[in-house]
Ligand binder design. Sequence first.
Ligand code: FAD
Length: 429
Amino acid sequence: MKTRCCIVGGGPAGMMLGYLLGRAGIDVVVLEKHADFFRDFRGDTIHPSTLELVYELGVLDDFLKLPHQKTPTIDARFGDFQATVADFTHLNTQCKFIAMMPQWDFLNFIAEFGKRYRTFNLHMETEATGVIEEKGKVVGVKAKTPKGDVEIRADLVVAADGRHSTVRDVTGFEVEELGAPMDVLWFRLSRKADDPQTTTFFFEAGHVVILLDRGEYWQVAYIIPKGGMDAMKAEGMEAFFRDLTHIAPFVADRTAELKSWDDIKLLSVQVDRLHKWHKPGLLLIGDAAHAMSPIGGVGVNMAVQDAVAAANILTEPLRKGDLTEEDLAAVQARREFPVRVTQKMQVMIQNHVISPLLKQDETLKPPLPVRVAAAFPPLRRLPAQIIGVGVRPEHIEMAEDPAALAAPKKSGTRKAAKKPAKKAASKAA
Ligand SMILES: Cc1cc2nc3c(=O)[nH]c(=O)nc-3n(C[C@H](O)[C@H](O)[C@H](O)COP(=O)(O)OP(=O)(O)OC[C@H]3O[C@@H](n4cnc5c(N)ncnc54)[C@H](O)[C@@H]3O)c2cc1C
């Protein structure tokens, strides 16, 4: 097989980049090792910055038809004290909320829209096992499929294969570990009418628990000290339920929904980044280039931002066939600053807020910033801006190539695409 760009990994980064390149008329192949996108407890938070990109692509109305829950505010509770600490309703974006949506719905949506372009080729059940290198340059990917091994030659290989990236391992990139003092247990509990009405962070002596509103159920993130899962298992589920109901008493009537530790998924938190995101013929993006802490739920959104920046910078060199390593360096230069700033804030919160909280054994008082935000509502907009929009958000700059369309356009779905397309056209002019 031969293509302009071969992307390894059909997660948020790989699928978005594949879609954008295919839409711009660049022949692209995306390899995903699984047969479907069904993964429980992955990043399900679609932030206003990502929704803005979906709007710029002209498919926001279709997107919002998918089942989702809107989170316009986030509350924090310290003992009996509860206050709203982030308010997204004043953001200067189309959507003034976080959309909670299963990641498989998000990825299926991109795959569906991607299929409209004959230049977008998604190969499921195709696992990259190595790269092809010639004269110090990556020129393709080796992969295995149920039908046998394949080789895909490409002008550019993009590794978007997540935090345990195979491509990163076989090509020998240096990873800088920033460390994380915590792990997260994910599980779900049913939600009842008289439960709290919004996504809430619970801070109690020795515990931090987040209940994400998923409509009929709560998606619960239970934060534990790094490597603490074995000790919890040794103490038994009853001890765990005691702690959980001490923090959120209203779930006491439904802990039996968790039948064994198998119902609880461990996310081993890892925060890292590469010094260099590229080498000749190869670029790494998303978690493969920088695993984010779960603080702020930004992982999916950072991965999508990387994809947009890469598409903005690489579309023209790929089209002309004159891509150089400087183009790949330009992608890193564009994205490294937002990644560094976000990770710095996450590590600061991990080390100075979460870690001391997990060690504390006295009832907590709400810290000053929380009390101030409770008293002055406009201050709740700042965390909303940092979480929801982030540092230096990307915008769609490349226009759709009508010649790449495989089938006639669906009517009524592409209205908002006019604006960025015009912008890109005037830029090109
Ligand atoms: C349990 C858990 C909970 C999380 N919760 C949140 C959250 O609430 N909010 C948030 O924003 N982020 C969350 N994250 C992080 C978020 O999921 C990631 O940051 C985000 O998905 C990164 O996107 P990505 O495309 O870079 O990588 P990934 O999503 O990891 O995608 C990589 C893809 O590559 C495929 N792949 C891997 N190796 C190969 C190979 N050799 N060949 C072919 N395909 C391959 C994988 O199957 C996968 O589909 C969570 C992560 C986990 C594990």
